[in-house]
Design a protein around this ligand. Structure first.
Ligand code: GLU
Length: 380
């Protein structure tokens, strides 16, 4: 059994079939039970994000569209109509537990292009900081086939890695990952956990053509790969019962894909592996000492900014005598960084005209060379 207290930030992905009944529409009792689970997680000190499908399923009923494969523009119209219903349903259901819902609609490029990625991440992080529950879906009304995820499994994994969640829960109509097709292959058995996605495991997921009968396992494995690589664990469990999250943590059937590292260590490894750096930031001895005991880099300790990097680029950090101390993901572009170099954090607003947290490179985004001490995961 896994304790809720092991996780600080959890993304829950909800499939359309769980939320919408083809005949009767929204499954309100189920939704209320899910929101009660969300409340339980929040009481346990865990932040929660929901990635919910269901817009197209709700909208097609609302618009009276026929039960056949929809044309792209029909799905987009259905999503436009259904997303309103979906958001309202979440807002009302979460409202019973005194939570605010925040709708976030993302396209593929919002998760792939650096600038948009950073903006989306900031918005979602701000919602979390303000105590709201982000309700995320793909922006189906504008996403056409070439530029869309098309499935919320991979979208949820990208969101989970974007916000450094430590767990992604995929609520499915099947209770885990099976070695064959349950009910069809006599000896199909469920894995309790999968440490590595090997070609043999991938072969068991079948191909896209058999996806429906396998509960969409191809995209679920893709999601697991995205998540695990970034230090986010993933679990597939059935969402068909009421209070499925409570059931999961009480030991319900599931397949766990446990990440070998934390989101912070995975990100640091990625930062350390960057070969092309966007520029460099020279710091004074006081700042170098602060970094060595695990603090973030503040503008006050910066003596020089070189290069033409953008916010989110990896830059080198050098000492006053030119020694390379390490590197990190920078929170400002080169022009702004140069303007605030040497300034106190509370002066930033008047210099740049924006409110900001005042950290130039956060300790979680900083890697010192091995001859420097780094306690990057401590609190500042
Ligand atoms: N974004 C789609 C919807 O809200 C669902 C995609 C999926 O089912 O994974 O209807």
């Amino acid at each position: 059994m896994v304790a809720t207290s092991s996780f600080k930030r959890v993304v829950i992905k909800i499939g359309s079939a769980l939320l919408v009944d083809r005949e009767k529409g929204l499954r309100l009792e189920w939704l209320n039970s899910l929101c009660s689970d969300v409340s339980m997680l929040r009481e346990a000190g865990c932040e929660v994000l929901l990635v919910s499908s269901g817009a197209i399923a709700l909208g097609r009923r609302q618009l009276g569209l026929p039960m056949r494969v929809l044309k792209l523009e029909e799905s987009q119209a259905a999503a436009a109509t259904g997303q309103i219903l979906l958001s309202r349903a979440y807002s009302e259901a979460l409202g019973q537990f005194e939570f605010q819902a925040g709708q976030v609609l993302l396209t593929l490029s919002d998760t792939e292009e650096r600038r948009r990625y950073i903006n989306a991440r900031e918005t979602i992080s701000t919602l979390l900081r303000l105590g709201a529950i982000p309700i995320i879906n793909e922006n189906d009304t504008v996403a056409t086939s070439e530029i869309r995820y098309g499935d919320n499994d991979r979208l949820a994994a990208r969101v989970a890695t974007m916000v450094s969640a430590d767990l992604l829960i995929l609520l499915s109509d099947i209770d885990g990952f099976y070695s064959g097709i349950p009910g069809k292959d006599m000896d199909a058995s469920r894995f309790d956990s999968i440490d590595e996605i090997t070609p043999a495991i991938e072969a068991m997921a079948g191909d896209a053509g058999t996806e429906l009968s396998k509960g969409g396992m191809v995209t679920k494995l893709e999601a697991a790969k995205i998540a695990m690589q970034a230090g986010t664990s993933m679990v597939i469990t059935s969402g068909q019962c009421l209070n499925p999250i409570d059931a999961l943590f009480k030991g319900a059937n599931a397949t766990w894909f446990k990440a070998k590292e934390t989101p912070v260590t995975a990100r640091k490894k990625w930062i350390a592996g960057q070969i092309e750096l966007g520029g460099s930031i020279a710091i004074d001895d006081g700042a170098a000492k602060a970094l060595a005991i695990g603090k973030s880099l503040l503008p006050a300790g910066v003596t020089e900014v070189n290069g033409s990097f953008s916010r989110g680029d990896v830059v080198a950090i050098v000492s006053s005598n030119g020694e390379e101390l390490g590197c990190g993901l920078v929170s400002y572009d080169a022009r702004d960084a140069a303007q605030i170099a040497g300034c106190q954090s509370d002066e930033i607003e008047s210099i740049l005209g924006i409110t900001s947290r005042g950290v130039l490179i956060h300790r979680d985004n900083l890697v010192l060379r091995s001859n420097q001490t780094n306690h990057g995961e401590q609190d500042a």
